[in-house]
Design a protein around this ligand. Structure first.
Ligand SMILES: Nc1ncnc2c1ncn2[C@@H]1O[C@H](COP(=O)(O)OP(=O)(O)OP(=O)(O)O)[C@@H](O)[C@H]1O
Ligand SMILES: [Mg+2]
Length: 500
């Protein structure tokens, strides 16, 4: 609890006025709250926190405050809840929206005499450290906000970030990501794309370029599917640089981590986020027991802070993308392949003799660097002029490429398998109307399924026409011919498929 002796030195420096207890002005109440919050967190109130307190002092309900400041009501509630918690802790009594004003007045008046005795003192004279105890020693810059553009100390945990090998181009994508992160201060950004397209590589390059802009930067792969409690404990440990607390029993589940994200300017990169989602379901549905991530990401999106989460994976949290609106900007970068010139460089790395067909090859493999590497390696091993020997539309599927596609294939739901099978049988792009005529999947399920397949980058939509890219067509075509793993519409015979 706060034991102030001279807290009010800059709340009201007119001793004559304050010697007789009287109601505080709105401004005084705000200043007092600001000082109390500063004592606790080392940061002054931000604009949104001020808005919540001002609205509260004017006896507005959360919904009105939210409307006045163009925020969602839940966001305002979250900010309020965090403030009441800080104030309650510091004042040693239960503060909430309905008693905030009277509590401030009580506290103000009960400390006035102390203030009068010490009016010449400085602001920070409480018997507490200026910085909260959980601020790492190395991170106690004498600044109002720790997230200045050039932090005094940079805290990094990039052990899980892969090393960057050869890197071609991606200038446009890097610029887009930098704008979202550094200029627009987006809280959440989704980087998605088919396996091997270069998501991780792009993010590594990005981190290398922008890491000096952050106080804290952390890279985690979610490949081991950590539960939210494990994930939070891991990050809190990094931030606090102390032993993990027993957060599992904490009732206010997201506050420990969010507290750090609000206090500092952090970049958190979460790679392989698809490991949080179920196999056998449409893309981006949380596994059982992983829904807490959803609440957490929503808080990250809504609350006031300057930190950013970059979510990378084959799938993105479907619920999060659904709340997307003009107010909540969650940019999504669906990564496509390298352009012809840069993809050419990859083939050159394999010392393949340049041939006219290279461009066709790059188109077939959609400029996917992993696929190009795989096929270049096979060509290198077998026969340099292999491509010239094959028909124009022949797609080589080396075993490692098939293995990587299998990983994504294993995650598909049955309706996705059926729809993909249907699309694979069509030689031409097909409209929604044609699809509806052909399939027995109910329309609303079909729409969700198509959305999900597009999200996974397994199908393409161009001018209202759906099609399957050549590598995917070849891969799933083989499965369909063999009628394995749930592929193959029961109404479609093998001969029908081959004829179509
Ligand atoms: N811009 C690039 N320049 C050169 N090579 C690249 C580039 N992007 C990716 N690669 C190479 O392509 C391969 C796949 O890249 P990466 O692992 O980044 O893909 P990914 O999309 O993260 O794959 P996954 O979906 O499996 O996580 C790697 O060998 C990588 O070095
Ligand atoms: Mg990756």
């Amino acid at each position: 609890m706060l034991k102030c002796t001279k807290l009010f030195s800059n709340v009201n420096n007119n001793t004559n006025q304050i010697l007789s207890p009287n109601p505080m002005s709105l401004e005084e109440a705000l200043k007092l709250a600001d000082q109390i919050v500063f004592e606790k967190t080392g940061q002054h109130l931000d604009d949104l926190q001020k808005a919540v307190l001002q609205g509260t002092l004017k006896r507005k309900i959360y919904r009105q405050i939210a409307e006045d400041f163009n925020y969602s009501e839940s966001c305002i509630r979250g900010v309020g809840a965090e403030l009441w918690k800080i104030l309650s802790k510091e004042l040693g009594e239960d503060i909430n929206k309905s008693n905030f004003r009277s509590a401030m007045e009580r506290f103000y008046n009960s400390n006035i005499l102390n203030f009068a005795e010490n009016v010449s003192g400085s602001v920070n004279i409480c018997q507490k450290q200026r910085h909260p105890p959980d601020t790492p020693k190395s991170h106690q810059p004498n600044q109002e906000k720790s997230h200045s553009k050039q932090p005094a100390t940079l805290h990094q945990d990039l052990d899980e970030m892969p090393e960057l090998g050869i890197f071609y181009n991606r200038t446009t994508e890097l610029e887009a990501l930098k704008t979202w992160i550094l200029q627009q201060n987006c809280h959440l950004i989704a980087l998605t794309g088919i396996i091997g397209i270069g998501k991780t590589t792009l993010a590594v390059k990005l981190v290398q370029q922008i890491k000096d802009n952050f106080d804290y930067i952390i890279w985690r792969s979610l490949e081991t599917s950590p539960t939210f409690a494990e994930f939070q404990a891991d990050l809190v440990q990094f931030f606090s640089q102390s032993q993990p607390e027993n957060l599992l029993e904490n009732t206010q589940k997201f506050l420990p981590l969010i507290k750090y994200l609000q206090k500092h300017h952090c970049l958190v990169v979460l790679d392989d986020i698809h490991h949080l989602f179920s196999s056998g379901e449409l893309a981006g549905k949380y596994k059982l027991g992983y829904e807490e991530y959803d609440c957490f990401f929503k808080q990250i999106e809504k609350l006031s802070h300057e930190s950013c989460f970059l979510l990378i994976g084959w799938e993105q949290p479907i619920k999060l993308l659904q709340v997307k609106s003009k107010k909540t900007l969650i940019p999504i970068l669906q990564l496509t392949g390298l352009d012809i010139n840069n993809a050419r460089e990859i083939l050159k790395d394999y010392d393949l003799a340049e041939i006219e067909n290279w461009e066709r090859l790059i188109h077939l493999y959609q400029g996917n660097p992993l696929w190009l590497k795989s096929v270049a390696s096979q060509i290198q091993e077998l026969e340099e002029n292999l491509i010239e020997l094959l028909p124009d539309d022949a797609v080589l599927l080396p075993e490692d490429l098939k293995d990587s596609l299998q990983q994504q294939s294993d995650r598909l739901s049955q309706p996705e398998k059926e729809t993909l099978s249907l699309l694979v049988t069509k030689n031409q792009p097909i409209s929604l109307a044609q699809l509806l005529e052909t399939t027995q999947i109910p329309p609303s399920d079909l729409f969700n399924t198509l959305q999900s397949l597009c999200q996974r980058s397994l199908i393409q939509k161009q001018k209202s026409l759906y099609s399957v890219p050549p590598v995917i067509r070849q891969y799933y075509g083989n499965k369909l011919r063999l009628n394995i793993e749930g592929f193959g519409d029961k109404t479609l015979t093998k001969s029908e498929f081959i004829d179509s």
